[in-house]
Ligand binder design. Structure first.
Ligand code: ADP
Length: 578
């Protein structure tokens, strides 16, 4: 039931109760007033009549005419009763019938009149069929009692108009009370209803709806509480939305493939990486089996759901990629049965194997010179200092120690360059100047083998780079060119503008390299044939350093060579870096 209806009902009940109470009170007040007035009147009339009766002789005819006159003029019934209760005379009864009247000695008013001045009673007259007021008083000198009676209706008639007036007033007052009550109820519950409706609208998600801002203080307080609730609801919704968006972005951009499936193996959600890795459309609703197309891939999902525990499995793909598939059971989460993650670890495994190979290579490369040093020094230890073998063995120790040193320096350099810890100080590098410096540095070594180093190229060609590092590239290439050239050959350093690019190259007429080796020679420690070096053996790291340094500059290194036809190594610096 609505609050306003309760108010109306309450005030209705209140109005009815009040009407009953007021009517009862008013009626009894009027009744009492009528009674009082009737009594007073009858007392005065009885006093007067008794005085008249006592003033003359006790002649029955005189008394009879007196009481009949009084009865007529006063509208009352007068009865004269002897002290023993016998009715002596009655204004309404013919004298001949008086003896038929029963003894009045036991009438309450007569009994009362024995002990007090007046006796009074209201009784229903069976003879007349209506209520009567009786008042009795003793007659002077113990001559009995005078009783006056008057019909109650006669007295009440006068007051009836007051009854109507009082009744009307009570009705109007109660109706007014009821109206005020229900209007007040409505006025009071109106704002409550507005607040309730606003709260309901907010709970249904209509966040635009504002609760009333005006009205009684309690309503304003309630409205402000709802407004605060709405604000925190909005904040919470915003936060939840931001978190959902974040989770979605992470899900969408995750490099690992993620798919959630239900217990019928239908995909509920899958991120783009999942489809990309499987080279298939992995949209929601599709069967997981159709998307995976491989029993081995499906197996972890199946086991995770069957055994209700996470399952992880490494899978080697036919295209030599390695995946780790982990499937987790998801019981009771939005109908999801499992979530599977495909993590592509190919690169990681490749790096691990490269690292292992690198360690093996380094140990291998270091083992040879150190073994030579050890062998030579052990032999030396047993020889007499004047032994003719001593200088040779000392030279072996020195050479191998130098080689070890070079190896360690190259390795340190390479690892620094590879890890990006070499800061480049980029600036225009005058290639002619650089080439002439490098040629001059290598002149002594070249001259030993009658090799000529020529600097060709155009004037004014410059590349943007770190002069020290571009110099290191050029030194490595010139060093190789000399190393793999026959005595008396020519090594040429060239640099030219080719369209927007600048190309720096080193050409020799040495042993050359078979095309199938062209890629491998840039790998660490790779050497085509150690015995080919015309001078000292290398470390196999020079070209790897060249390649990494060139890449740091955004440049590319290429080789043109064939066995017996010499080689040309070119470094192309792209335009945008210049
Ligand atoms: P190394 O220290 O052996 O020179 P590099 O990494 O500089 O190591 O070169 C790798 C291999 O490439 C060499 O061992 C050699 O076989 C081959 N190579 C490099 N430069 C030349 C060249 N100019 N002529 C012929 N072969 C070369």
């Amino acid at each position: 039931m609505r609050f306003s209806e309760r108010f109306t009902l309450l005030f209705g009940a209140l109005a009815i109760c009040l009407a009953v109470l007021l009517t009862w009170t008013t009626t009894s007040v009027i009744d009492r007033a009528v009674e009082g007035r009737a009594r007073e009147r009858l007392e005065r009339e009885a006093d007067l009549l008794a005085a008249q009766i006592a003033a003359g002789p006790a002649d029955l005819a005189r008394i009879d005419s007196l009481i009949r006159l009084a009865s007529k003029s006063l509208g009352v019934r007068a009865t004269v009763i002897a002290p023993d209760g016998v009715v002596v005379d009655d204004s309404d009864v013919a004298p001949a019938d008086i003896h038929k009247l029963e003894n009045h000695g036991t009438r309450p008013e007569v009994v009362q009149a024995h002990s007090s001045r007046y006796g009074f009673s209201i009784r229903h007259s069976a003879t007349l069929g209506f209520d009567l007021f009786y008042l009795a008083r003793p007659l002077p000198a113990g001559k009995g009692f005078l009783r006056l009676a008057i019909p109650y209706s006669q007295l009440r008639h006068l007051e009836s108009k007051y009854d109507w007036l009082a009744g009307g007033t009570i009705f109007l007052a109660c109706a007014l009370l009821f109206t005020i009550g229900s209007v007040a109820g409505r006025a009071l519950t109106g704002p409550i209803r507005d607040v309730a409706e606003a709260a309901l609208a907010v709970s249904r998600g209509d966040l635009e709806r504002e609760p009333p801002a005006e009205g009684p203080r309690e309503i304003v307080e309630l409205s402000s509480a709802i407004r605060q609730m709405k604000t925190s609801l909005l904040d919470a919704a915003e936060r939840a939305e931001a978190e959902r968006r974040l989770a979605d972005t992470v899900f969408q951009t995750l490099p690992d493939g993620v798919a959630v499936v239900d217990r019928h193996w239908k995909i509920l959600d899958a991120n783009p990486a999942f489809g990309r890795l499987l080279n298939s459309e992995a949209q929601a609703g599709r069967s997981l089996g159709d998307v995976l197309r491989d029993r081995e891939l499906f197996d972890p999902f199946e086991r995770a759901v069957q055994q209700q525990r996470p399952v992880e499995q490494t899978v080697e793909r036919p295209d030599e990629r390695t995946w780790i598939i982990s499937a987790h059971p998801l019981s009771g989460v939005g109908g999801a049965a499992a979530v599977g993650i495909i993590h592509d670890v190919t690169e990681m495994r490749r790096n691990e194997s490269l690292r292992r190979r690198f360690v093996a290579d380094v140990s291998h490369e270091l083992r040879t010179p150190i073994a030579s040093i050890l062998a030579a020094s052990e032999t030396l230890a047993g020889l007499d200092p004047s032994d003719p073998e001593v200088p040779h063995l000392v030279e072996v120790v020195q050479r191998q120690a130098r080689r070890t040193q070079e190896l360690i320096e190259d390795l340190t350099d390479l690892s620094l360059i590879e890890s990006g810890l070499v800061p480049l100080e980029l600036q225009p590098v005058d290639l002619r100047k650089l080439a002439e410096e490098v040629a001059a540095d290598y002149q002594p070594a070249a001259r030993e083998r009658s090799i000529a180093i020529e600097v060709g190229g155009q004037d004014g060609v410059s590349a943007t780079g770190d002069p020290r590092r571009v110099g290191q590239i050029l030194r490595n290439l010139v060093d190789n060119a000399i190393k793999f050239s026959p005595d008396g050959a020519v090594v040429t350093i060239d640099f030219e503008q080719e369209g927007p690019d600048v190309v720096l190259s080193v050409r020799d007429a040495g042993v050359g390299i078979a095309p199938k080796e062209h890629d491998r020679i840039f790998q660490r420690f790779y050497q085509v044939d150690r015995s080919r070096s015309k001078s000292r053996p290398g470390t196999g790291l020079g070209l790897a350093i060249v390649k990494h340094l060139a890449n740091l500059h955004g440049a590319t290194v290429t080789v043109e060579s064939a066995p017996g036809a010499g080689s040309r190594f070119s470094v192309r610096f792209p335009a945008q870096r210049r």
